[in-house]
Write a protein that binds this ligand. Structure first.
Ligand code: G3P
Ligand code: MG
Length: 242
């Protein structure tokens, strides 16, 4: 089972920052997940939310900011780090290469708030030698997955189940298949053996988010999950159980 660093080693360093990715690499991570956005001036950046309200306390919407403004905001004064900024995707990849064996780019593009994000990302990845083969593109937004598929017939896609319940799993599996997804990512709440088996039967791998307790990680392993997203890259080896 893959242990996927979720937003870097975000249980120990500010999420989605260079500090968190650097630490994840240092801890031996080979599999990474992070969230991708596009600034007003067309820069691919890594951050979770669509705005910087959480760290800045005021409305700073990524789609409406140029990177020069965005980079001034402190998004990481946690875990003893005084200042961390929103990194460019290029900086994150520089850091993760060559440690990375598997990279999950999660596109945040609900309602197509970033027109052209998919094209920018596909072209960006294609231009960097050795990255495309390690890449998986996922999104909660189905239209984003469809645009990715139109742009790149061979792209590896991950369907991200949102607010799923058992009754909605089969239709979700069919949607995932119809866009040619090779992975199905679902919330820990819904990660039961039967569900995992259904997804496997449909020919997709199953990754579960976000698994931060060792006992849950062990359970996921038992029920045949292929990967877990965790804020703790050392979740299976650490002594302190969160
Ligand atoms: O990609 C898995 C997981 O990151 C999805 O949820 O909100 O943490 O981006 P979120
Ligand atoms: Mg994510």
């Amino acid at each position: 089972m893959k242990i996927i660093s979720h937003r870097g080693a975000s249980g120990y360093a500010p999420e989605n920052t260079l500090a968190a990715f650097e630490l994840a690499v240092k801890m031996g991570s080979k599999n990474f997940e992070f969230d991708v956005h596009l600034t007003k001036d067309g820069k691919l950046v890594v951050y979770h939310d669509y705005d910087l309200k959480r760290p800045a306390g005021r409305e700073l919407v990524i789609a409406r900011l140029n990177y020069a403004e965005l980079r001034k905001v402190n998004v990481g004064n946690r875990f003893g780090y005084p200042f961390e900024r929103v990194p460019l995707l290029a900086e994150v990849l520089d850091l993760l290469t060559p440690a990375a064996e598997w990279i999950n780019f999660e596109l945040k593009n609900d309602g197509n708030v970033y027109p052209g994000l998919e094209r920018e990302l596909v072209e960006f990845v294609a231009a960097r030698p050795g990255i495309r083969e390690k890449s998986l593109f996922s999104s909660f937004d189905y239209a984003t997955l469809k645009r990715l598929r139109e742009l790149d017939a061979g792209a590896r896609l991950g369907y991200l189940g949102h607010n799923l319940k058992t009754a909605l799993l089969l239709p979700a599996i069919m949607r995932a298949k119809s866009v040619g997804a090779v992975n199905f990512h679902m919330h820990l709440r819904l990660a039961y053996k039967l569900h995992v088996a259904m997804i496997h039967k449909a020919g997709m791998k199953v990754c579960v988010y976000t698994v931060n307790k060792r006992e849950d990680a062990l359970k996921m392993e038992r029920i045949g999950v292929d990967g877990i997203f965790s804020n703790y890259p050392d979740i299976l080896s650490k002594k302190i159980i969160v």
